[in-house]
Write a protein that binds this ligand. Structure first.
Ligand code: CO8
Length: 259
């Protein structure tokens, strides 16, 4: 698929999507959103694809935020009538397959929010995270106040949102925002091998695992435990459950059917 502001390529069972506006530090404008929605829809629809990685092109940024130059002349009524930013949530909600954010530099504002939409974040040691919207007279608009607070807790989320400061990769990992930090030149190898490991799992089980962890943010413990048990029970009816358990007992590699 040919795009203007991103690239999307398949590498085996992994789709690699790269934000590709390096001169604007990969700032997220409406075209980026439209193209990401198309790339994610294609990933979701392609039965040969089982995990995606999203990263930024260039040395400096994953994404330095929503595109301020696109927003500078918009009025409140424009943002309201366009329901500006709602497309990001729709894209995330429609993606049932797992995906990883490989954060290679600045992940600020909408960039941090996009990274937090991923199932987990692998960061280069050069990564910097922040929600600096307050410095522009606004607040996070793509989920930052909600996802950051759930990820790192109230105190650090308040600190980041109210001061607009950046945190480095080490602080982000300590705070629980980031799953892994790697040397900058190993970021893509690490992210792709994590994605390949996920892509080699039985695909329905991967989707169910994702759904269940996400459900922990939405439900009470009792509801979440019931949801978990029910989906576990449904998975036991799959061919891949029979194959996975037989392969273990027979000491051989499993041959997944995806059903
Ligand atoms: N939007 C548009 N262009 C950007 C952005 C951005 N977010 N970030 C960087 N750029 C552009 C710069 O304008 C510059 O372009 P040019 O060369 O044409 O002037 C180019 O990228 C390089 O940037 P810098 O020269 O600034 O690079 P530095 O290395 O000096 O600084 C920084 C890097 C610190 C990342 C700096 O660029 C910066 O502070 N960027 C803005 C970060 C930011 O504020 N992000 C939050 C944006 S707002 C948001 O994401 C959500 C808004 C929610 C609104 C809700 C409404 C409903």
């Amino acid at each position: 698929m040919a795009f203007e502001t991103i690239t999307s390529e398949t590498k085996g069972a992994v789709t690699l999507i790269t934000l590709n506006r390096p001169d604007a530090l990969n700032a997220l404008n409406t075209t980026v959103l439209n193209e990401l929605q198309q790339a994610f829809a294609a990933f979701e629809a392609d039965d040969s694809q089982h995990c995606a990685v999203v990263t930024g092109s260039g040395e400096k940024a994953f994404a330095a935020g929503a595109d301020i130059k696109e927003m500078v002349d918009k009025q409140a009524a424009d943002f309201f009538l366009e329901d500006f930013f709602s497309g990001w949530n729709e894209m995330t909600a429609k993606t049932r397959k797992p995906w990883i954010a490989a954060v290679n530099g600045f992940a600020l504002g909408g960039g941090c929010e996009l990274a937090m939409m991923a199932d987990f974040i692998i960061a280069s040691e050069n990564a910097k995270f922040g929600q600096p919207e307050i410095k522009l007279g606004v607040a996070p608009g793509m989920g930052g106040s909600q996802r950051l607070t759930r990820a790192v807790g109230k105190s650090k989320a308040m600190d980041l949102c109210l001061t607009g400061r950046m945190m480095d990769a080490a602080e982000a990992e300590r705070a629980g925002l980031v799953a892994r930090i790697v040397p900058h030149d190993q970021l893509m190898d690490e992210a792709m091998s994590a994605a390949e490991a996920i892509a080699s799992m039985p695909p329905m089980a991967a989707m169910v695992n994702k759904e269940l962890v996400d459900a922990a943010f939405e439900t009470t413990l009792a509801q979440g435990l019931t949801h978990e048990r029910r989906l576990f029970q449904i998975l036991t009816a799959t061919q891949d459950k029979s194959e996975g358990m037989s392969a273990f007992v027979e000491k051989r590699a499993a041959n997944w059917k995806g059903r």
